[in-house]
Design a protein around this ligand. Structure first.
Ligand SMILES: Nc1ncnc2c1ncn2[C@@H]1O[C@H](COP(=O)(O)OP(=O)(O)OP(=O)(O)O)[C@@H](O)[C@H]1O
Ligand SMILES: [Mg+2]
Length: 398
């Protein structure tokens, strides 16, 4: 075929992040070449479609997942996930663009390094295999509620440009005896057929069934089915399970996952960057953001998002220009209704009830907030702030 090398390059580029329509056209071209007797060119296109060639030409920094790692039919909006036979409820949701409309998660440096390392492994399967080692394929994400576990699974998939088959395990647990095991088997065979990341959210729902005395026989069967299906998928695609209750999972389940990532409540630095991000587009002084992080204390990302949304609403309804003092005043009105810790001597309590001690605690918190910023936030003179600080230090020393 004339100009085949150019056509081949075009196909290679297009297939690096193909739309279903593009793939279809390449398949059509390959079929025409076969019909014309040009077996050699057809075979080259078949290789590109299978992903082998794009993997070889992929730079190490390529953003997509290795095509040889995650294979299978392409998911499209026409593909429907299986459903529970009795209730007709879908067993999973297909998310073609997991990153759409979702913010990038904000994590501690250590956690980000761990996630990046996992991504790297999945992007460079060929390099790993050349070194004689198989890339990992599974990950269990666990930790307290609202810390960004589901968000990270979606982020990982979007970084790899992979669609997600998102199953909530509690949706698979059927009230009909015997149906749960069948649902699990159907879900896995669906996920194994398509090129995707399988996400098993609320993974502990199965473990929780154990507490129900009526379910003893059923739960054994279900757990066995789950373990068998996880084993069956050990060499297929990527699988991420998520749970809030890691202690409920037994070791047989843990062993099925090659990576275990704990997402904890954010540390102070991470809380500050979360607040900074969540507060955009408002332009708020860094010292004010630090003071807010101090006031809200050790809360999850989800709590912080909720707090900043509420703060934005209060500010939007206030008819004044946003300034440090206005933000702090708005935050004060939120403390009683945002579940912020107001236990004895907590920053939340001092903030609303004992300003001098709040100032002292804030300035000795190690956050590096400037005295003049505190004076502006609270509408006091610098000498007053200085006096509060000294008095607080004096009280602490006694
Ligand atoms: N680390 C984070 N970075 C950015 N946003 C976060 C983070 N953690 C939580 N959020 C915010 O909270 C929301 C809820 O997060 P997500 O659903 O991922 O939490 P989760 O850990 O899965 O909670 P649960 O255990 O209750 O299912 C997110 O959509 C986001 O707005
Ligand atoms: Mg979640």
């Amino acid at each position: 075929m004339e100009y085949f090398s150019v056509v081949q390059s075009l196909c290679r580029i297009g297939l690096e992040s193909p739309t279903p329509q593009f793939r279809k056209q390449v398949e059509r071209l390959r079929d025409r070449l076969v019909a014309d007797g040009d077996e050699k060119s057809a075979a080259a296109l078949s290789r590109l479609l299978a992903g082998g060639a794009s993997e070889q030409t992929m730079a190490p920094s390529a953003v997509e997942v290795s095509r040889s790692l995650v294979t299978g039919d392409e998911l499209t909006s026409n593909v429907h996930p299986p459903s529970d036979r009795e209730t007709s409820v879908a067993l999973a949701e297909v998310v073609l663009e997991p990153g759409a409309g979702k913010p990038a998660p904000i994590f501690t440096e250590t956690l980000q390094i761990a996630l990046d390392a996992m991504l790297n492994e999945w992007r460079q399967a060929a390099a790993l295999r050349a070194a004689g080692v198989e890339p990992s394929r599974s990950c269990l994400i666990y930790g307290p509620p609202g810390t960004g576990k589901t968000l990270s699974a979606f982020w990982l998939a979007s970084q790899l440009r992979l669609p997600i088959v998102n199953a909530r395990i509690d949706g698979l647990v059927s009230s009909f005896l015997g149906t749960t095991a069948r649902n699990i088997a159907n879900l896995f065979s669906f996920a194994n057929r398509y090129r995707c990341m399988l996400v098993l959210d609320e993974f502990d729902a199965l473990a929780k069934m154990r507490d129900d005395p009526h379910e003893v026989g059923e739960i054994k069967r279900v757990v066995n089915t789950l373990l068998q299906n996880l084993d069956g998928r050990a060499n297929t695609g990527l699988t991420i399970a998520i749970t809030n209750h890691d202690t409920l999972l037994d070791s047989a389940v843990w062993r099925r996952f090659q990576n275990h990532i704990r997402i904890d409540l954010p540390d102070e630095r991470t809380r500050i960057s979360m607040l900074q991000t969540f507060l955009t587009p408002l332009e708020i002084e860094e010292d004010v953001v630090k003071a807010l992080a101090f006031i809200v204390g050790g809360r999850s990302g989800s709590d912080l998002k909720n707090f900043t949304d509420a703060l934005k609403r209060v500010l939007a309804l206030g008819a004044v220009k946003v300034s440090s003092a206005v933000v702090i005043e708005a935050a004060k009105s939120l403390v009683p209704r945002m579940g912020i810790d107001t236990g004895e001597s907590s920053p939340g309590r001092l903030f609303v009830e004992d300003e001098p001690s709040f100032v002292g605690a804030l300035l000795s918190s190690g956050l590096g907030i400037k005295q003049e910023s505190v004076a502006t936030m609270l509408g006091h003179s610098q000498p007053t702030i200085s006096r509060y600080r000294k008095e607080y230090a004096g009280r602490r020393a006694n």
